[in-house]
Design a protein around this ligand. Structure first.
Ligand code: CO
Length: 461
C-alpha cells in the first residue's frame, strides 16, 4: 500500500481559521522541536494571514518568527501560502516586489511555497513560481476548487498540467471553503493524476463535516500529501485531525510516516493553549461545530457569517433567504469566480446590496468595478455583457496581465522609508502593510532607545 504524507497546519491555517491568527510566537516556541521530529512532509507555518497578524496584533516581526521556526526545525520543510501576484494581500504587486518577496522568504527559511490565484488565472501565479524555482525552493502550483457550469474536471486537470509546465513540483487542490465532497475529490484527484507526474496535495476544511471523507477519498484516488491539524486545533473551520487521519489510514493499510508518540506530545502541548484561547474568547466554540448549510448554498463559512452579520447590523436578517438566492446569480454575472477571499466578500456584498436596494447593481463597489475592468485577472467565464456595459460604458477592459501595467515598487518603497528600514525584509513588510509596518518600526525603535538610555543610566550610576 502507498505512503501518505502529512502537512501540519497548526501554525498557519488552523491558527488562522480558528483564532484569527492570534497565536503569538511564545505560545508555540516550546513545541517546535517535537514538530520537527514528528515525521511531517512539511510544516505550514507562514504566509496567509500570519504576516499581517504579526505586525497588526502581535507586535512581532514576521520575518523574525520565520527565522525562529527555521532555527528550531532544522530537519523540516517549512511551508508558506502565497496569493500569487497579490503576495499576502488583495492587490496586485509589480514583479520586482513579488520576486524580492519570494527570494527573501526562501532566504529566511521557507522550503515550499504554495502559490494560488483567487481566479485560477495562471498569469497571476507564474512570476512567483519562476522566482521560487530560481531561489532553489519547491513551488507548489495550486488550484482553487469551486463548482460551476464552467469548472469541469477537464478544466482543472488542464490547469494542473499548465502549472506543472511552469515548473511546479507539486499540485495542490485547495478547497478553501470545505465544500468539496468525497466523490468530487476522488474524481478531481484522479483527473489530475492522469495528467501530471508530480505529487498531488489536497487541502480542505472541516467546516461542513466532509473533511475526513474528502481526504480519505483523495488518498484512495492517489493523493500523495494531505493537510491536517493536530487535534487540539482541528475540526470546524480548521482542518481534520492529524492523529485521527493517521489512525484511519494505517488501519486501511497505508504507510503513514508519523511518530505517534510525538503527535501525543504535540497535542498535549497544544491542549492548554487551546483552553486558554477558549477562556479568553479568542476561540469561539461555534467555529468548532459543523455547518452543512454551506453545502446547500455552496458558499464558504466565512462568507455566510459575513452575510448574517451584515444583515443583522442593518436589522434586515429576514432578507437572508433572498440574499442567498441572489448570490449565485451575481456569481454567474461575474463569470463564476471561485468564492475565495476577496471574491467571496465582493460577491456577498454585491448580492446583499442588490436585495437591500431593491434594484440589481444600483450601486456597485469599487472592487467589483475593478474586477469587471479586468484588474484582478481573467474571469473564469464570461462576465454578463449588460453588467460590463453598465460598469465600463464603452471602455475596454484590461486584457493583459494586470501586473504588466504596474511600475516597479521596491526602490520607491526604499526611498520612502529611508533609514527607518533596517533591511530588505523591513521594506517588504512596509510594501505589504504600510501602516502596520510603520507602527511596528516605531515601537521597535522606541524599545531600542529605551534599552540604550537604560544602559547609559546604569553607567551613570
Ligand atoms: Co485553508
Amino acid at each position: 500500500m502507498p505512503t501518505v504524507q502529512f502537512t501540519e497546519t497548526v501554525l498557519r491555517d488552523a491558527n488562522q481559521s480558528l483564532i484569527a491568527t492570534r497565536m503569538p510566537r511564545t505560545a508555540f516556541e516550546g513545541i517546535l522541536g517535537a514538530l520537527d521530529k514528528a515525521g511531517y512532509y512539511s510544516l505550514e507555518c507562514w504566509g496567509g494571514a500570519t504576516f499581517d497578524s504579526c505586525l497588526r496584533y502581535l507586535d512581532e516581526d514576521p520575518w523574525e518568527r520565520l527565522r525562529t521556526i527555521r532555527k528550531a526545525c532544522p530537519n523540516s520543510k517549512l511551508q508558506m501560502l502565497l496569493r500569487g501576484q497579490n503576495l499576502l494581500g488583495y492587490k496586485h504587486y509589480p514583479d520586482d516586489v513579488v520576486r524580492l518577496f519570494v527570494r527573501k522568504s526562501v532566504e529566511n527559511g521557507i522550503d515550499i511555497i504554495r502559490i494560488f490565484d483567487a481566479l485560477n488565472d495562471p498569469r497571476n501565479i507564474e512570476v512567483a513560481v519562476d522566482e521560487t524555482l530560481k531561489s532553489g525552493a519547491h513551488a507548489s502550483g495550486t488550484l482553487c476548487f469551486t463548482t460551476s457550469p464552467i469548472h469541469t474536471l477537464e478544466s482543472f486537470a488542464a490547469l494542473a498540467k499548465q502549472l506543472e509546465g511552469m515548473g511546479a513540483q507539486s499540485i495542490c487542490v485547495k478547497d478553501m471553503a470545505g465544500i468539496m465532497g468525497p466523490q468530487e475529490a476522488y474524481d478531481l484527484v484522479r483527473a489530475i493524476k492522469a495528467r501530471v507526474t508530480v505529487p498531488v496535495v489536497v487541502h480542505t476544511h472541516s467546516t461542513t463535516g466532509l473533511g475526513f471523507l474528502t481526504l480519505l477519498k483523495s488518498v484512495e484516488a492517489g493523493a500523495d500529501v494531505i493537510d491536517t491539524a493536530i487535534s487540539a486545533f482541528s475540526g470546524g473551520t480548521s482542518q481534520p485531525a492529524t492523529e485521527t487521519m493517521a489512525y484511519a489510514l494505517r488501519q486501511l493499510g497505508y504507510t503513514v510516516p508519523l511518530d505517534g508518540g510525538r503527535l501525543t506530545e504535540i497535542n498535549d502541548f497544544f491542549k492548554p493553549v487551546q483552553a486558554a484561547f477558549l477562556r479568553d474568547g479568542t476561540l469561539n466554540p461555534t467555529v468548532l461545530g459543523t455547518s452543512p448549510d454551506c453545502l446547500i448554498y455552496q458558499i464558504p463559512g466565512g462568507m455566510l457569517s459575513n452575510l448574517v452579520a451584515q444583515l443583522t447590523a442593518q436589522k434586515k436578517l429576514d432578507l437572508l433567504d433572498q440574499v442567498l438566492a441572489e448570490t449565485p446569480k451575481v456569481r454567474a454575472d461575474l463569470g463564476y469566480p471561485p468564492l475565495v477571499t476577496p471574491m467571496s466578500q465582493m460577491v456577498g456584498a454585491q448580492a446583499a446590496s442588490n436585495v437591500l436596494q431593491g434594484e440589481r447593481y444600483k450601486s456597485v463597489s469599487k472592487e467589483v468595478r475593478s474586477y469587471v475592468a479586468g484588474e484582478y485577472g481573467r474571469a473564469p467565464g464570461d462576465i454578463s455583457p449588460a453588467l460590463r456595459q453598465k460598469i465600463l460604458g464603452g471602455k475596454a477592459p484590461v486584457t493583459c496581465r494586470f501586473a504588466d501595467l504596474l511600475e516597479p515598487g521596491v526602490e520607491t518603497a526604499r526611498a520612502e522609508l529611508g533609514d527607518r528600514a533596517a533591511c530588505d525584509e523591513d521594506v517588504l513588510s512596509y510594501i505589504a502593510f504600510p501602516q502596520q509596518a510603520e507602527a511596528y518600526f516605531e515601537k521597535r525603535d522606541a524599545k531600542k532607545r529605551n534599552t540604550v538610555s537604560y544602559s547609559l543610566r546604569r553607567i551613570d550610576d
